[in-house]
Design a protein around this ligand. Structure first.
Ligand code: NAD
Length: 247
C-alpha cells in the first residue's frame, strides 16, 4: 500500500510508533524513525533488521524541541531520498499530576514535546511536500482530546492543540494536495500505559465496550490507512481507535 513512499516517524523506537514503522515497512515504504536517544534508535533498528533484513529503515535522534535540529534532520532526509511522502508526529509524553502539585515547568515540558515539536517537524516538511506535489501528515492525538482526563491537565490540553493544528492545517494545505489527519488512540498496551497507576487503567478499561485495551497494531492500522491512497479524499479527520463506540 505504500510502495516506494518515504516516511518519517517520530517516536518510532517503541510502542505505537514502532508498530507504525513496522506496518509501513511491511507495506513497502522506506522509513526514517526518530527516537530520543541513539541507543534506543539502534535497538529498534536491530529488531527491525532481525525481522526482515530487506526492510529499508534508518534512524536519527534530533532533539525534537529544538526547531533548528529538526530542520537539519529533515533537510538531510530530503537530500538523501529526494522526497518525504509521509510524516507521522507520534513522539509524546503523558503524565497525571494533580493540579495542586502542578508547576509551570511541567506544563511546558508536555507542551514542548506534544505540541511545539509537532509544529517543528511540520514546518520544514510542508515545504518539501508542496514542492513535490503533495503528501500525508498524520499526528498522534488521544481519546483525552475528546473527553479530557481528571488529572495531568497538560496532556489533554496538548492533544486538544494537536487536533486544532490538524484540522486547521488540513484546511490550509488541501490546495497543495497535502492531507493532514490525526489518530486518537484509546488505552493502548505500551510503556506509556504501563507507567499509569493500575487503578486508573482498570477504571478506563471497565468503560470500553470492546472489552479490551488496544494493541499498538490496532493503532498502526489506522496510520496505514491514512497514509495510503485509500484515504486520498480524507483530510482534517481525527480518527478514534479506542473501542469506545463514541466518535
Ligand atoms: P511510549 O512511551 O511507548 O513511546 C513514546 C515514544 O516517544 C518513544 O519512541 C520515545 O522515544 C518518544 N519520545 C518520548 N520522549 C521524547 C523526547 N523528549 N524526544 C523525542 N522522542 C521522545 O508511548 P506510546 O504509548 O507508544 O505513545 C505514542 C503516542 O501515542 C504519544 O503521542 C501518546 O501521547 C499517544 N497515545 C498513547 C496512548 C496509550 O494508551 N499508549 C493513548 C493515546 C495516545
Amino acid at each position: 500500500m505504500l510502495k516506494d513512499k518515504v516516511a518519517v516517524v517520530t517516536g518510532g523506537t517503541r510502542g505505537i510508533g514502532y508498530a507504525i514503522v513496522k506496518k509501513y515497512l511491511e507495506n513497502g515504504a522506506k522509513v526514517v524513525l526518530f527516537g530520543s536517544r541513539q541507543e534506543t534508535v539502534d535497538k529498534a533498528l536491530a529488531a527491525l533488521k532481525e525481522e526482515n533484513p530487506a526492510w529499508e529503515a534508518e534512524g536519527m535522534c534530533p532533539n525534537l524541541t529544538d526547531a533548528g535540529e529538526v530542520e537539519t534532520a529533515i533537510a538531510s532526509i530530503q537530500k538523501k531520498y529526494g522526497r518525504i511522502d509521509i510524516l507521522v508526529n507520534n513522539a509524546g509524553i503523558s503524565e497525571s499530576t494533580p493540579i495542586y502539585q502542578y508547576t509551570p515547568e511541567l506544563f511546558d515540558r508536555v507542551m514542548d514535546l506534544n505540541v511545539k515539536a509537532v509544529m517543528y517537524t511540520i514546518l520544514p516538511v510542508v515545504k518539501i511536500m508542496k514542492e513535490q506535489g503533495g503528501g500525508s501528515i498524520i499526528n498522534t492525538s488521544s481519546m483525552v482530546s475528546r473527553y479530557g482526563q481528571p488529572a495531568g491537565v497538560a496532556y489533554p490540553a496538548s492533544k486538544f492543540a494537536v487536533n486544532g493544528l490538524t484540522i486547521s492545517l488540513a484546511r490550509e494545505l488541501g490546495k497543495d494536495n497535502i492531507r493532514v489527519n490525526a489518530v486518537a488512540p484509546g488505552v493502548t498496551r505500551t510503556d506509556m500505559v504501563a507507567a499509569l497507576p493500575e487503578q486508573t487503567v482498570k477504571a478506563i478499561c471497565s468503560q470500553i465496550p470492546l472489552g479490551r485495551p488496544g494493541e499498538p497494531e490496532d493503532v498502526a492500522n489506522a496510520f496505514l490507512y491514512l497514509a495510503s491512497d485509500l484515504a486520498g479524499y480524507v483530510t482534517g479527520e481525527i480518527l478514534s481507535v479506542d473501542g469506545s463506540g463514541r466518535s
